[in-house]
Design a binder for this molecule. Structure first.
Ligand code: COA
Length: 241
């Protein structure tokens, strides 16, 4: 048998790495693909769980009586569902270790193409609730957050806007820019529709959220308070003493 031809020495970079190992500090080891899309009725079980997690975070779980059935009936009424963005809307944030397929052209009947972003994390996300938040679309796709919003009107601007009712990013996925991405999706939709503003309410002890809002350029008013009639008080004449 002929002697093997001598191999050229490996290039200096590879020569420092033992074969078949990836250095701990290698950049871009864990790609995480994110997508924001309009929710459908199939997302209701996840929306319900996310709402309960937000209510628990806000220490208001005792006020949260929403069920999957009541959410389905009110967010996705049948037989005459409203056109997207004319009533209540939910954008769902999904993440996946694999790229999302491009939307088929006929899928985009809503004038709202999915918003995509790719992160490259040093560490893979540890998500202990991965199974219960596995997306309806299958694969390794996990629901990571949501924003629920609907139209409102500003008489001063003489323009509609959007009110955000809930914004939530699940804990393992925070501080990766996803909260900003969800608000960007709503603000982008407002701009697309010629709307004048996007507004929401924040609890005054939620310092993290307030700092996040200020960081992304939101004006947080100190001199406004929420007023609400609910339950029996909706019967204003009956409630008046
Ligand atoms: C508030 C919340 C939606 C923010 O989402 P997030 O994905 O963690 O925020 P992002 O990573 O998009 O942050 C965007 C920017 O705000 C900054 N930011 C986020 N949280 C911050 C904090 N606690 N303090 C200071 N800055 C903060 C980020 O550093 C980032 O700045 P950059 O663009 O310069 O990098 C998320 O923390 C959450 O769901 N919290 C629990 C529920 C909640 O409070 N909802 C809001 C109810 S009103």
């Amino acid at each position: 048998m002929a002697a093997a031809a001598p191999q050229p020495p490996p290039p200096p970079f590879l020569a420092t790495i033992p074969e078949n190992t990836v250095p701990e500090t290698a950049p871009f080891r864990h790609p995480l693909y994110a997508r924001i899309r309009l929710a459908t009725i199939l997302d209701v079980p996840h929306i319900h769980k996310l709402i309960h997690q937000l209510a628990t975070f806000e220490r208001l779980a005792h006020q949260c009586t929403a069920t999957e059935a009541s959410l389905a009936a009110t967010l996705f009424p049948s037989p005459n569902p409203p056109l997207p963005f004319t009533s209540f809307n939910v954008f769902i944030l999904e993440v996946s270790p694999d790229p999302f397929p491009p939307p088929a052209p006929q899928e985009d009947t809503t004038n709202s193409s999915p918003l995509l972003k790719t992160l490259h994390l040093d560490l893979a996300s540890e998500d202990s609730e991965k199974e219960i938040f596995r997306s309806e679309i299958g694969g390794d796709v996990v629901v990571a957050g949501f924003v629920l919003f609907f139209p409102k009107y500003s008489t001063y601007l003489a323009k509609p806007g959007f009110h955000i009712e809930d914004l939530f990013v699940r804990e393992p996925y925070r501080k990766h820019g996803f909260g900003k991405m969800l608000i960007t999706a709503v603000a982008g939709q407002a701009v697309k529709m010629g709307y004048g503003m996007v507004e929401w309410v924040v609890l005054d002890w939620n310092v993290n959220a307030i700092q996040f809002y200020e960081r992304i350029g939101t004006k947080v008013y100190q001199d406004k308070r929420i007023c609400r009639l609910t339950g029996e008080d909706l019967d204003v004449e009956g409630s008046a003493k």
